[in-house]
Structure formats: structure tokens, C-alpha cells
Design a protein around this ligand. Sequence first.
Ligand code: ATP
Ligand code: MG
Length: 561
Amino acid sequence: MDIEKNTTAPESSNFIHDFIDEDIAPGGQFEGMEVHTRFPPEPNGYLHIGHCKALCIDFGTAEKYGGKCNLRMDDTNPAKEDTEYVDAIQEDIHWLGFDWGDRFYYGSDYFEKDYEYAVELIKKGLAYVCELTPEEFKQHRGDIGHPATSPYRDRPIEENLALFERMKNGEIPEGKMTLRAKIDLASGNFNMRDPVIYRIRFIEHHRQGTKWCIFPMYDFAHPIQDALEGITHSLCSLEYEDHRPLYDWVVSNITIPYHKPRQIEFARLHIDHTVLSKRKLRNLVESGIVSGWDDPRMPTLCGLRRRGYTPASIRNFAERIGVAKADSTVEYSFLEHCLREDLNETALRAMVVLRPVMLTITNYPEDKTEEFSVENNPNSEAAGTRSISFSKHVWIEDEDFMEEPIKKYNRLYPGNEVRLKSAYIVKCTGCRKDEDGNVVEVFAEYDPATYGGDAPDGRKGRGTIHWVDCNTAVDCEARLYDNLFTDPEPDAADKDYLSCLNPDSLTVLNNCKAEKSLENAKAPAQYQFLRMGYFCVDSKDSAPGKLVFNRAVALKDGFKK
Ligand code: ATP
Ligand code: MG
């Protein structure tokens, strides 16, 4: 896969960079050191646009400071992970244009180290084996005014070591024992009330097999991974803010080879009309509501890619929404706005009629064919020109004719003059209908003096419409998309996201007529179909002889600046 570099908008600063500036300045905790970040996805699903924000922060920060960013599969939780996701995550990150070089790691590769550090804590009297069952654990949690309790807290070190060893050797049943850090049962931060750092799970791990039956908790494993990799800045989303004291406690109480990493939190990205949680997205896939993780309606990176989003548009979006400390929701229309901006510069123009009706030009010779040369992209001379054919019968959109026009209707109706884009000005003379009253053919007369679409007397026609020559038209399918959810906040905690699905999120038009030049179009080609929107070739379902296009975004910009 080609790795596209430098697709970001100009560098900007934010509060994270302010912290880093302090840290690497003279006297700072990382004075003179290389900035080193990491992106730690859990391989239990595909990356979504929210991860993209984190990616841009993690890799973008390393890029800005000329440092490094590791990619680390956070696979310490054995239950849900899969190599399918590991591969997809790498593909998506490369597609965005980020690269981790040879710094690819698995959290599970540190299981041995995690274990050694746990033993170190036990030996220091900073961890103990607790036998409270999950039920009892809840009863002993205490509350704001009352400390937690555990009858096992003062177990002698030797006994803890022996029991932890037995846990490791598979001699203790699941749920019977945990290893807890001995911190502060009265802490106002419940994460510090002697958190569990190891639990027993008799479950096969996707990489470690059955080697382990004890697994470190995220809050214990993560700071160790960061510390062992020499991470300076561990950037993560806001929900980890309350876990930072524990993060700091872990790296302060174990013997690590480098400096202590610093955790900094930023707000998660929320976008309206969608859900950004792997669990919910997986549910949409597994229940068949969407066709897969890469369904073009999904906010996953593979879904957005298939829909026609470009890496540049997504990175630009992530850059422009900024990095804040407080949660907020970004409008989906802003993401669309960023895509339009990019495609307006790069997408080739083409004419495709989505809902065709035939227009017959009655005074045009039956056997004649003409070719018109048209620009591929009016914004880019380098995009060149192409030739499109014209003859007596052309396809037009059925909505571009009205027998009895409504107010302000500027398109074809009897007596009205309209320009066929780049071809001729035609005057509508009427239509033919089937027995049900549906218009099946529209008639017009052309003005031969308006070759190329411009009249010598400056007449322009009241509107300009696109068309496709019936002689050379290529049949194709177009898929139009709308929000997956009707509710603007389906992800809100109190909402049942499955109850606000948009029944009209997909419209399939399978009788579309494309100009001949699109005959061999292949993904990832992107086009602006005149008046109809930006489309890409569907990477999965399109094939020679069976073209399928996805509408990435309509032309009209709904984003209010
Ligand atoms: P999900 O709830 O979708 O499973 P997660 O946070 O569990 O998300 P991880 O794979 O653990 O997903 O995430 C990897 C990184 O991406 C983490 O550092 C996390 O903070 C960040 N991240 C995930 N979702 C978002 C989001 N919506 N906005 C910003 N960062 C995010
Ligand atoms: Mg997570």
C-alpha cells in the first residue's frame, strides 16, 4: 500500500503541545529528550473516526517534535481480540498516512514483565492477594464517606508470593482470588482503593495461547508498557483522567529502565447522528443492520474509505476540530465539508444520470454523432480534457422535466429553453406518456448555432442540465447514503441507539446512465457527477460490466460556519 505523507493541514499548537514544550524545555522533566508517543488500540474491532482523532494527536505530535510514535496492540484482555482486527488496524493507519516504522508492539508481549513487576510490588508490600469474590468486593467497596475494606490486606508477603504463584500456575479457580495494589482504601478516587491489578481467566489468548491464566488489568499493564517502550507522553482520552493517579503510582513503584512517562488526557470525539463505540458498531455488523464494518454508512475508517472519504479530508477534519480538554460533539456536516473541499480540487468531473428519462431532439439528424471536448476539472488545468459524444437521444434526469412547471422551475418544460451542459441550447416542445401517465420521453428542438452550449447572441438558456448520450451510455448502479440514525445523539448514555435507526439511510438506484468515459472506472477513483454529488467506485461490489458508485457526499454544503 502506498503511504501518503504530509496530508495534514499546517501544524498547529494545543494544550498538549504546551505541556510538552514545558517538559522538553531546560529544567523540564524530559529536557533534551526525544518526544515519544504511542497509539494503543485494542484489537477488538475496526478503527473509527474517533480513533482518527487520537491517531492524529499521537502520530501528529511525534511528527511535530521530530519524535517517534509506537503502534501497540493493547491485547491484554484475552476475551475479545482477533487477528482480523490487528491487520485491519494497521491497514487503516497506513491509509491515513501514518507510519510506525519498526515500532510495532503487542501489550501481551509484556506479560512476563507484568508478572515480574507484580512480584516486585508484592515483595515491597505494595500488593496482596485478595479472596473477596466479585459480589463481596462490591459490598466492601465503601462509599464517599466510608473507606473500602479487605480482610486480606495484611496478609504476609511470603504468603502473597506463594498464592500469586499458585494463581499463575492455574491452581486457583476463576473469581476466587485477585491481586490488588495496596494503595489507599479511603481514597476519594475509587480507582485508588486498592485496585485489582491481576485476575484469573481460563481463556485462550490469541497470541499467548494457554500460557497464562492470570491477566493484568489495563490500569496496571498500560503504564508498564509505556514505561518499557520509553514513551515520554502517553496521550489518551478523557475517561482515563481519573486513572492517572494510578498510572503514576504504578510507574513510581516499579523499577523501570527509563524515565517515567507522563499521561495527558484530551476530549473524545463525538459526532452527531452516529455512534463511536466499537461495541455498538460491532452490534450493527453482527445484527445485519449494515453490510459489514466497511459498510459506507459506518463511521469506521474502512467504511469512510469505501464511501469515498480521502485521507487528506479526514486528517484535515481531525486537525481543524482541534484538541480540547472538554467533551463536545462535532457536526457530521463538518466532516462532509472537509471532504467537499478536498474533492472539489481533485475529483474528475463526469456526467451521470441517476434517474433517467429519454430526451429526443426532434430536429437533430437521426444518424449524426458529435464529440465535445470538456474539462475534467475546472479547478485544475492539469486534469486535462475528455471527449463526450452527443446524438439525437440523450438521457436526462426525470426531475429535469415538468409538464406543468412549479414556480421558479428553470429546467425543461414546454416552451422553455435550457442548456445541455457543454452541448447545445434546446427548447422543450413536449413529452410522451405511457398509459399510466408517466413521462417516458421528452421532446426538444436544438439550436445548431449554440454548438458547445453558447449562443452567438448571448442567450444562455434558463438553466443548465447534465445529460448522457443514449448511444454510448454505460449502465451503472448508484448508492446514495443518509445518516444511519435519525436521532442526533444516538450514542448518548440514555438512548437506545437501535431504536433510532434511519430506515432510509441507503437508496440504491440501479438504472443509472453514465457517460462512456466511466466504462473502466476502478476504485479508488473519485468523481464529481455534475449536479449530483461526489461519487467513488465501490471497492467491493463494482466490476467491469457492473459499475457501482457510492455517493460520498452531495454537493450542497449543509455546514453552517
Ligand atoms: P471503543 O469504546 O470504541 O472501543 P476505546 O477507547 O475502547 O473505544 P481503544 O481501541 O482502546 O478504543 O482506543 C485506542 C485509542 O483511541 C485510545 O487511546 C482511546 O483513547 C482513543 N479513542 C477511542 N475513541 C476515541 C474517540 N471517540 N475520540 C478520541 N479518541 C478516541
Ligand atoms: Mg479501550
